[in-house]
Design a protein. Structure first.
Length: 165
């Protein structure tokens, strides 16, 4: 080895490159510190990737949760309340019919019926507001059918003619 090649070899060893005497190739010397550093770097990269994927999935779950709480839950509650109000108004209409010649009882039943019918109209309006966000067209069609089947205002001539046909 010449003086120049010895000094080059020392410089290469100092920066971590090693000269293989048999093949003449220059290679990286993997010391224990470098192996630990490389392993730590790989683990750090995996943690960053895992954290990023977790954040993305968490954001998607948050969006789905918001949709459910803003649309589906109120829709289910409105449908349940609509059913209860329709049942109550049917009960009060039967009471008004059965009251017959008892004006006080008939008037009380009629007022309760009208109150229940007013709540029914409010629930239908709430469902109308929520229905554009529904994903299933069949549900929108069912709401449309329910609105067509219900009289617009109980006791009005238009609703009486509609249900006589």
């Amino acid at each position: 080895m010449t003086l120049r090649s010895c000094s080059e070899a020392r410089q290469r060893i100092a920066i971590g490159l090693e000269l293989d005497a048999t093949s003449g190739r220059i290679g990286m010397k993997f010391t224990l510190g470098r192996k630990l550093g490389l392993g730590f770097g790989v683990v750090l990269v995996l943690i960053v990737v895992s954290t990023t994927l977790t954040y993305v999935k968490s954001s998607q779950i948050k969006e789905i949760e918001h949709f459910i709480l803003a649309n589906r839950v109120p829709s289910i509650q409105a449908v349940g309340q609509l059913k209860d109000d329709l049942d109550y108004s049917a009960s009060k209409s039967r009471q008004a019919i059965l009251a017959g010649t008892q004006p006080a009882r008939k008037e009380d039943s009629q007022k309760q019926f009208e109150g229940a019918w007013g709540r029914t109209e409010k629930e239908l309006a709430k469902l109308d507001e929520l229905s554009p966000h529904w994903g299933v067209q069949e549900n929108k069609d069912q709401l449309k059918q329910i609105k067509e089947d219900l009289p617009e205002s109980p006791g009005s001539p238009a609703s009486d003619d509609k249900h006589r046909q």
